[in-house]
Design a protein around this ligand. Structure first.
Ligand SMILES: Nc1ncnc2c1ncn2[C@@H]1O[C@H](COP(=O)(O)OP(=O)(O)OP(=O)(O)O)[C@@H](O)[C@H]1O
Ligand SMILES: [Mg+2]
Length: 163
């Protein structure tokens, strides 16, 4: 349906259309491999300067998703969690900055990371624990919230249509 059609639709129809739109932004992954594939699929849509914020508790699958994005961008290095060094820099079809803010004490500490180089450069920036720097992330950031449903299932919610 185009925009004119949307405006003409009854309120009930509109509600279900928006709900559909909402549900296309949510995906349930049933395995780590599936989460990786979702990351790989997203990689095809990322252009230079893209920022992806990964939100969600410990073990939600953020690093797993990052691995998939990196595979999609043909990164050859092994992807490990940069918890201690905060930023890993990989080379793929685009530069990839993999940031993990778990150990950040407060949002302001983010400013000391020299984040401009990452966020406003030509690479793709993937930020785990992005909630910790939320006030400093530009509005075009795509956020992916990951929720643990059970041992093998994760719900991924995208802030906008990802593909
Ligand atoms: N559907 C799934 N998607 C992703 N990971 C899953 C899934 N099911 C089970 N897992 C397991 O959950 C764990 C996810 O680990 P991962 O390091 O990706 O999480 P994380 O969100 O990066 O955690 P942290 O906050 O510690 O960085 C892995 O052990 C993985 O095998
Ligand atoms: Mg991680």
């Amino acid at each position: 349906m185009n925009e004119a059609g949307f405006l003409k639709a009854s309120k009930e129809e509109r509600l279900s259309i928006s709900a559909d739109r909402e549900s296309t932004r949510k995906v349930v992954s049933s395995s780590p491999e599936e989460t990786e594939s979702l990351g790989e699929r997203l990689a095809k849509k990322l252009s230079p300067g893209a920022i992806v914020a990964l939100l969600g508790e410990l073990g939600a699958g953020k690093t797993c998703f990052v691995r998939g994005v990196c595979r999609g961008l043909k990164v050859k290095e092994r992807i490990t969690s940069p918890s201690f060094i905060i930023i890993n820099h990989y080379r793929g079809t685009l530069p990839v900055y993999h940031i993990d803010l778990y150990r950040l004490k407060g949002p302001q500490e983010f400013l000391f990371l020299g984040y401009e180089e990452y966020l406003f450069g030509e690479g793709v920036t993937l930020i785990e624990w992005a909630e910790k720097a939320e006030p400093y992330l530009p509005p075009e950031t795509l956020s992916v919230s990951m929720r643990i449903i059970d041992e093998t299932k994760r719900e991924l919610s995208f802030s906008r249509e990802p593909w």
